[in-house]
Design a protein around this ligand. Structure first.
Ligand code: NAD
Length: 495
């Protein structure tokens, strides 16, 4: 590991400017492809969190009075800036997260899509009304912003996930605090430099770096009305209960263990390619990555042989290098954990068909590489079958029919995504109807909802009611007010 001579120390952004942190506790940000220290993030003190929240609270009264049409103008500007800076921001994502540049660009396209959808707030935020609910009495539902709202985001999509929240929150008239992952803070520092150019009034968007202490100070602060969280299930669960205990609304997206079912009538060549992209894209560090492939009937052998061939042939390396198809995992601890889970699967009786442990990558750096791995015959119900691995590991299990495959899915504690590969409409309909997951793919490997649909995890993959994105975001970031009105006729006669 080399330490560059001038490693930048990152600042927080609040009250319309960059604020140097006073903390003594700084974390190294590493390029996972090289092990180089590329920045230092402050573990912001609760007093710094309080100062950011105070700035957001001070900005709220005027921002909520700003017409919706005016509130979205900075978002049009932001879209333009993100388009212009797509290459630069994507390079930062690759450097701090490890995914390939193509994957980083695809991520930023989804971020921009959320900015575009939030520009529709003047229509999306409308309420409804009815005249004469009783004679001469009218009733109206209006939506009002909550106040200060906050989001806490994970390492695996440093550019996209903050934008599942920020554009909708501010377009609805709230002011916003972001606490990005301390492992990938550079992307949002770059994005906030762009936000600073959009004409947003000071205090409307704020960025505070840090970890658990900063998150807890945010949840506990009386001025914060709502928390959006994306990360692992244990933290999602604890953030949700802490927010609840503080009387706040919360939407907390957790971990995943996604299954794909491959029926014998699937178009095997394209299914293999799509499933392999899902399992190994972003080094398996996507909450919608396929982790378990359940083959049915005679799909077993054909799929197993084909996917093993694709997995063995993927080019692994630094995501900035042309031709690299898969980057490293995020940290050396993560590599150790993934390799240890592969070892556990082996001990529990599975065969390691393609083994990505101890990866040799012809590349100058000291990165955290695990190559694509295929684990065959994992006993259903074993520890590894139920554990989120979050690395480039695809487990294969076999079912005699679709009934049995659906039973495997039903046993999982998670419900983020389930996919089916088939050419049968009847099987597809049954799967769509019965699959116990919030995002379902039919002949799709990563069933990521577009920004105008909710990102709909179920079971231990989500705690809350309203999901991220689209109409759910508007519902989450607004409070409904119902007004019932009666005006006596004699008053109107005066005029
Ligand atoms: P993580 O839970 O470790 O961290 C997420 C965020 O929570 C970070 O900002 C971190 O600083 C903060 N945090 C960590 N520990 C905390 C604590 N004890 N109290 C309060 N805050 C804390 O998750 P990660 O490793 O950054 O991300 C990977 C996880 O995120 C995986 O489990 C993945 O499945 C999940 N994920 C889920 C979705 C989804 O939509 N369901 C999307 C992306 C990632």
């Amino acid at each position: 590991m080399t330490v560059a001579t001038a490693v930048p120390k990152l600042a927080n952004y609040f009250n319309g400017g960059w604020q140097e942190s006073q903390t003594a506790d700084w974390l190294d940000v590493l390029n996972p492809a090289t092990g180089d220290v590329i920045a230092r993030t402050p573990s912001s003190e609760p007093a710094e969190v309080d100062a950011a929240i105070a700035a957001a609270a001070a900005a709220f009264p005027d921002w909520r009075r700003t017409p919706a049409e005016d509130r979205i103008q900075p978002l049009f500007k932001l879209k333009q800036l993100l388009e212009e800076q797509l290459e630069n921001i994507s390079r930062i994502i690759t450097q701090e997260n490890g995914k390939t540049l193509a994957e980083a660009k695809a991520e930023m396209r989804r971020a921009i899509e959320n900015v575009e959808v939030a520009c529709g707030i003047p229509m999306m935020m409308q309420g409804y009304n009815l005249e004469d609910v009783a004679r001469g009495i009218d009733e109206t539902m209006i939506r009002q912003p909550l106040g200060v709202v906050a989001a806490v985001t994970p390492f695996n999509f440093p550019g996209m996930i903050p934008f599942w929240f920020l554009p909708y929150a501010i377009a609805c008239g709230n002011t916003f605090i972001l606490k990005p992952s301390e492992r990938v803070p550079l992307t949002m520092n770059f994005a906030f430099d762009l936000l600073a150019q959009t004409g947003l009034p000071k205090g409307v968007v704020n960025l505070v770096h840090g970890g658990k202490a900063a998150v807890e100070a945010t949840i506990d602060h009386p001025a914060v009305r709502a928390i959006s969280f994306v990360g692992s299930t244990p933290v999602a669960r604890s953030v949700y209960s802490r927010a609840g205990a503080n009387g706040k609304r919360a939407q907390c997206q957790g971990g995943a263990k996604n299954h794909v079912v491959v029926l014998p009538d699937a178009e095997m060549e394209s299914a293999t390619q799509i499933i392999s992209d899902s399992a190994f894209g972003c080094a398996g560090q996507r909450c919608l990555a396929v982790s378990v492939a359940v083959t049915v009937g005679k799909a077993q052998q054909e799929f197993r042989d084909a996917v093993a061939e694709v997995a063995s042939s993927l080019r692994v390396g630094d995501g900035l290098e042309p031709g690299v198809q898969m980057g490293p995992v995020i940290t050396s601890q993560s590599r150790k954990r993934v390799e240890s889970l592969i070892g556990t699967a082996e001990k529990q009786g599975a065969k390691i068909l393609v083994d990505g442990r101890n990866a040799k990558v012809s590349f100058r750096g000291d990165g955290y590489f695990v190559k694509p791995t295929i684990v065959d015959g994992l006993p259903a119900g074993s520890e590894v079958a139920d554990t989120e691995i979050f690395g480039p590991v695809l487990s294969l299990i076999h079912a005699k029919d679709l009934d049995e495959a659906l039973q495997f899915l039903g046993r999982s504690a998670y419900g983020n995504q389930a996919s089916l590969f088939t050419s049968s409409g009847a099987a597809a309909r049954r799967f769509r109807y019965e699959a116990p997951a919030g995002n379902v793919g039919i002949n799709i490997g990563v069933a990521a909802p577009m920004a105008y649909f909710p990102f709909s995890g179920w079971k231990d993959s989500f705690f809350g009611v309203m999901h991220a994105q689209g109409r759910d975001a508007v519902e989450f970031y607004t409070e409904k007010k119902v007004v019932v009105e009666r005006w006596a006729k004699e008053h109107s006669r005066k005029f």
